[in-house]
Design a binder for this molecule. Structure first.
Ligand code: GLA
Length: 414
């Protein structure tokens, strides 16, 4: 799918309208409804989800809109603006995971068809086929979970048209998250943790989601920076980010190996970092990976606690800034998932006065977040405009981000 080169999200009405129009043009009849789900940005808690640690995502205003209608057979026909001249034709009976005898759907269709496959595998079938049109304004390749948005929009759409009744409760949504994640892991072949799908499915407007990946329990905590005169700026470096390459999997493998050497199930169980460092002597890389994970878990817990203690002001703001800055430095030096573009953007935001800036998401490109007073939004943008492109050859995209609602379970008006 081509990258959408626009930082601003469209309104839900416009997104639903666009998806519906595309559906009618492609298939010649009205969809049953339009469902939507947001991308996410993670405030802190990076590369800890698959180690059982805590994360703190918020849902973006940028959403994937899916117009969908069930069919009488098992065909799945898909269209998006980027492929508008060719409908993708799949068959629920012939798709399956990597390495198996069945056909693996390609690119974005894997996320949609993969959810239906996973729901059936998990005992929620048999499902009918469906026609669906995707229209999304979540930037693709920016590390803002455009794929999770697509998976979660599909999950709630299929849930409703097939009467599965899962999206109405938090317990049911957790099962939909499982299906969305299985589509990503098993059909699209990206072995990610559950952060992105959980954020898209379970975030609440005005709240960040304090997610505990030991058991995937999640608590919405008020996220109102404006009342302290603060903003969260998301800066897309436009350096291409991809999770399907080997680096993400290698980090996971390092963590699993470190946990094995330390005799724990997951790195979240490490309670004494010094002892762990001694035990990993001679395994320098694994020691650095472990130090990132264990320190990031502590930083995230501290940040969540700070948010619960009241507005981020005075000393609390200084501590928050330090936690964000340390998170980036640890991801850059110990976990080695940053890149030159992310580091330049972080340095520029810090130099222009941000109270903390860090890469967010999987890394190797994508976005950074910066916490800053409202009056510094324009100066930071100007500082970036003057410095970032000159140093990287890329033109950044910047938007101020507030916390939005997760999936839309009610059909949008069509
Ligand atoms: C990607 C993955 C998530 C998580 C983050 C890093 O976004 O999809 O599961 O691991 O990277 O925090």
């Amino acid at each position: 799918m081509a990258r959408i080169i626009r930082a601003e999200a469209v309104s839900p009405e416009e997104g639903a309208f666009n998806a519906r129009e595309l559906f009618i043009q492609a298939f010649g009849y009205e969809p049953e409804g339009v469902w939507s789900a947001p991308g996410r940005v993670n405030v802190i808690g990076e590369h800890v989800d698959y180690n059982g640690g805590p994360c703190l995502p918020i849902a973006l205003p940028h959403r994937a809109y899916l117009a969908l209608a069930p069919r009488a057979d098992r065909a799945v026909r898909l269209i998006s603006p980027q492929t508008a001249d060719a409908i993708d034709d799949l068959d629920l009976d012939s798709i399956g995971p990597w390495g198996g005898p069945r056909q693996v759907p390609s690119h974005w269709t894997a996320y949609i068809a993969g959810v239906a496959w996973a729901l059936e595998r998990d005992g929620h079938g048999p499902l009918p086929g469906f026609d669906a049109a995707l229209w999304s304004c979540v930037p693709v390749g920016g590390g803002l979970s455009s794929s999770a948005a697509l998976e979660c929009a599909t999950a709630v759409a299929v849930d409703e048209v097939c009467g599965l009744g899962l999206a109405g409760s938090d317990e049911g949504r957790r099962l939909l998250v499982d299906a969305a994640r299985a589509a990503e892991n098993e059909i699209a072949g990206a072995n990610t943790g559950g952060l992105d799908q959980t954020a898209s499915m379970r975030c609440r407007a005005g709240h960040a989601l304090a997610l505990d990946c030991r058991d995937m329990s999640a608590e919405p905590i008020p996220f109102d920076l404006a009342s302290s005169g603060l903003e969260l700026l998301v800066i897309d470096t436009r350096a291409k980010h991809s999770l399907a390459d080997g680096q993400y999997g290698q980090r996971r493998a390092d963590c699993e190996e470190a946990a094995r050497l330390l005799g724990v199930g997951q790195l979240v169980e490490v309670s004494d970092l010094d002892a762990a460092m001694s035990a990993l002597e001679g395994h320098e890389r694994l020691a650095r990976r472990t130090r990132h994970v264990v320190s990031e878990i502590a930083r995230t817990r501290a940040f969540i606690e700070l948010m619960g203690e009241g507005p981020l002001e005075g000393e609390r703001l200084d501590v928050a800034a330090l936690l964000l800055d340390d998170s980036h430095d640890s991801l850059r030096d110990d976990y080695e998932v940053s890149c030159a573009e992310l580091d330049v953007a972080v340095a520029a935001a810090r130099a222009a006065g941000a109270h903390g800036a860090r890469m967010t998401g999987g890394g190797f490109g994508g976005c950074i977040v910066a916490l800053l007073p409202h009056h510094l939004v324009e100066p930071v943008k100007q500082h970036l405009a003057a410095n970032y492109q000159a140093r990287t050859g890329l033109k950044e995209e910047v938007f101020v981000c507030t916390a939005h609602e997760g999936v839309s379970v009610a059909k949008e008006a069509v």
